[in-house]
Design a protein around this ligand. Structure first.
Ligand code: 13P
Ligand code: SF4
Length: 307
């Protein structure tokens, strides 16, 4: 029987390929990856790699970002159905119509958007640099922020700007966290620090309730924070895939999922078998037109320059 991990490593070497994986990927996939990280770190790695082929183990908007940053390289995604409910909450036509209502606004998109939508945006941002990106835009400029309403509300609160209009999109996984359940978890574990992803529907309410023991963080921000924090126990409010890299990096600490059913079915579509087949048959190639690559590169490049 084939040892898939060994075969993947051999193929990777033979093809001069690199495997990039998001923090929510299943443990087996994270274990064969050359780099595991959050959206911003993965974009950076994609922009720096010398490999000829990038196998992107994540969801489509992430693989598209890798392609936009490497138009002359082959970018593969092991399953074409690995989408994102948040990215699907706005399309090109909807954005064009929204822009018509605010012709002077600067458009900031979360990285969780399709390449097509990015072509109509001025700046891109991720959960780890959203505040920095917004603060780089002159205060008197009206902003259209899309597509995550919870991230948008949190940004508005943090930056104290009233001129940000927010698209009403959400991620089905993060919108599902309920304030009441989380408060019960906090009562159950008063000695834990809470690490919450800004896509969560309960972010604002939880910030009011917390006693200075709650941090809003990107997925890799959670891993870094768990290392540096004096706390030994953490309530983790995001997709459960993050528990694997959290435990790996902090074996002596305890991590309690806010909801063990918070699973992104799209992230879990990538399996070891599919990664192997992807390398073996060079599938599925991410294909974008020259025009889309050129235009979508602008907001991504601006974001990378800010950070
Ligand atoms: P991060 O950039 O924080 O990893 O988030 C990506 C994402 O899709 C969260 O649902
Ligand atoms: Fe998209 Fe939500 Fe899955 Fe992240 S967890 S990839 S935002 S559907």
């Amino acid at each position: 029987m084939l040892n898939l991990k060994d075969e993947i490593i051999k193929l990777k070497k033979k093809l001069n390929a690199v495997i990039l994986a998001h923090n929510y990927q299943i443990p087996d996939v994270q274990d064969v990856a050359d780099f595991v990280g959050d959206s911003l770190e993965l974009s950076r790695k994609a922009s720096e790699t010398n490999a000829d082929i990038i196998v992107f183990c994540g969801v489509m908007f992430m693989a598209e970002t890798a392609k936009i940053l490497n138009k002359n390289k082959k970018v593969l995604i092991p399953d074409l159905n690995a989408g994102c409910s948040l990215a699907d909450s706005i399309n090109l036509e909807q954005l064009r119509n929204w822009k018509k209502e605010h012709p002077d606004a600067v458009v900031v998109c979360y990285i969780n958007t399709s390449a097509e939508v990015k072509t109509e945006c001025d700046y891109c941002c991720t959960s780890s640099n959203a505040i920095k990106v917004i603060n780089s835009i002159p205060e008197d400029k009206e902003i259209l922020f899309l597509p995550d309403m919870y991230l948008g509300m949190w940004i508005k609160r943090q930056t104290k700007r009233n001129n940000i209009h927010i698209w009403p999109g959400e991620c089905h996984v993060h919108a599902g966290f309920k304030y009441e359940d989380l408060v019960n978890k906090m009562k159950e574990h008063p000695d834990a620090e809470v690490m919450l992803h800004p896509e969560c529907g309960c972010t604002t309410q939880c910030l009011y309730y917390s006693n200075g023991n709650l941090k809003v963080l990107s997925t890799s921000g959670m891993i870094r924070n768990a290392k540096e924090s004096p706390y030994k126990k953490f309530i983790v409010v995001t997709e459960t895939g993050i528990l694997y890299p959290l435990k790996k990096a902090n074996p002596e600490k305890e991590f309690i999922p806010a909801d063990e059913n918070a699973v992104c079915k799209y992230m879990k579509m990538i399996t070891l078998e599919k990664v192997y087949e992807s390398l073996l048959e060079l599938k599925y190639e991410v294909v974008l037109s020259e025009e889309v690559i050129e235009k979508a590169y602008i907001p991504i490049k601006r974001m990378l320059e800010i950070n």
